[in-house]
Design a binder for this molecule. Structure first.
Ligand SMILES: [Cu+2]
Length: 327
């Protein structure tokens, strides 16, 4: 309701013209409170939830599809599953105007998804094509002789033989010290171990959270899923309405104590580390320490855009907010 003072001022405004009303509205202390900077300043507003970190312009809506969507689980294998990972150095763009000096497994950041059934034999050859020592360490269960902490010299190679297990999601990464630098530069990826009694058919998606130190100060300034800041804010992950979605989620940010994943407008079944056949919880948020991971399952019930982001909003604002588009 207008106050008596408002009525007086409107009357004065009519007498003085609309310019005077606008002047009074700007000066009045009884008007609406001043907008926070992030709303009043459109550039600041755009920084909310990752829109301040746009992906490189070279990336289009399909550019990360081969990283985002997992191919179907491989058929059972009698022999060992054989992989070769070359450790490479490259300049990796992480946003529209920032890049990092990356070390990668095979040129991609994260490295390729390795996959096998519980009990499958894996044979992974690591070839170090860089000027520094690196190595390859797996989470999950394996023979202690294949633990991978020993350095592989520049130009050298090592074969790691593992028996995949237990069923679940196990990150792999370079474990050469200082580990946070080697992981921060991009030396990480996912090993998916499928239970012999397979999980139900689903749209399978990998989301690996990384931090990017773009100014070389040892701290991440940008954050993003699957190697790019702001990508899924610009290009939502498409899933079908009502389709079972399974997310293989891992936190590979080493310089923050925690990072969470929060889904808007729907909840998910949470399988911590993916090692149990039954979920521990139905929730809309899971918090992960460095190298922690989880498998999430959910269905989005109607068309629309469903936001996801770490609830550490500085991470979300610096590139880690994204959308699922249910279509
Ligand atoms: Cu390394």
């Amino acid at each position: 309701m207008p106050t008596r003072r408002d009525a007086l001022m409107i009357g004065a405004g009519l007498a003085l013209g609309s310019g005077a009303v606008a002047w009074w509205q700007r000066r009045s202390t009884s008007g609406p409170p001043a907008l926070p900077d992030r709303v009043a300043n459109p550039n600041a507003a755009l920084r909310r939830y990752g829109h301040g970190a746009m992906p490189p312009e070279s990336l289009g809506p399909l550019s990360l599809d081969s990283v985002t969507y997992l191919p179907p689980a491989p058929p059972p294998s009698r022999g060992p599953r054989v992989y070769t990972l070359d450790v490479l150095e490259s300049r990796h763009p992480v946003s529209v105007d920032q890049a990092i000096d990356a070390w990668t497994f095979g040129g991609g950041l994260p490295g390729p998804v390795l996959r096998g059934y519980d009990g499958d034999r894996l044979e992974i050859t690591l070839r170090n094509r860089t000027r520094r020592p690196h190595n390859l360490h797996f989470h999950g269960r394996h023979d202690v002789d294949a633990d991978g902490w020993e350095p592989v010299a520049p130009g050298g190679e090592t074969v790691y033989r593992l028996e995949a297990g237990p069923p679940g999601l196990h990150p792999y990464h370079c474990d050469f010290t200082p580990t946070e630098d080697h992981i921060g530069a991009g030396l990480y990826g996912l090993l998916v171990v499928d239970p012999v009694r397979r999980r139900p058919k689903a749209r399978e998606i990998a989301l690996v959270l990384g931090g990017f130190d773009v100014d070389g100060d040892g701290r991440s300034e940008l954050f993003g899923w699957n190697g790019v800041a702001g990508y899924y804010a610009k290009f939502p992950i498409k899933v079908g309405v009502g389709e079972l979605v399974r997310v293989y989620l891992a936190n590979m940010v080493m310089d923050r104590p925690l990072a969470s994943f929060h889904l808007h407008a729907e909840t998910f079944d949470l399988y911590r580390s993916g090692t149990s056949a039954v979920p521990q919880e139905r929730t809309d948020i899971v918090t992960l320490g460095p190298a922690e991971r989880a498998v999430l399952e959910f269905r989005l019930p109607r068309r629309g855009r469903y936001m996801f982001h770490p609830h550490q909003t500085d991470l979300a604002e610096a590139g880690a907010m994204g959308w699922f588009a249910a279509i």
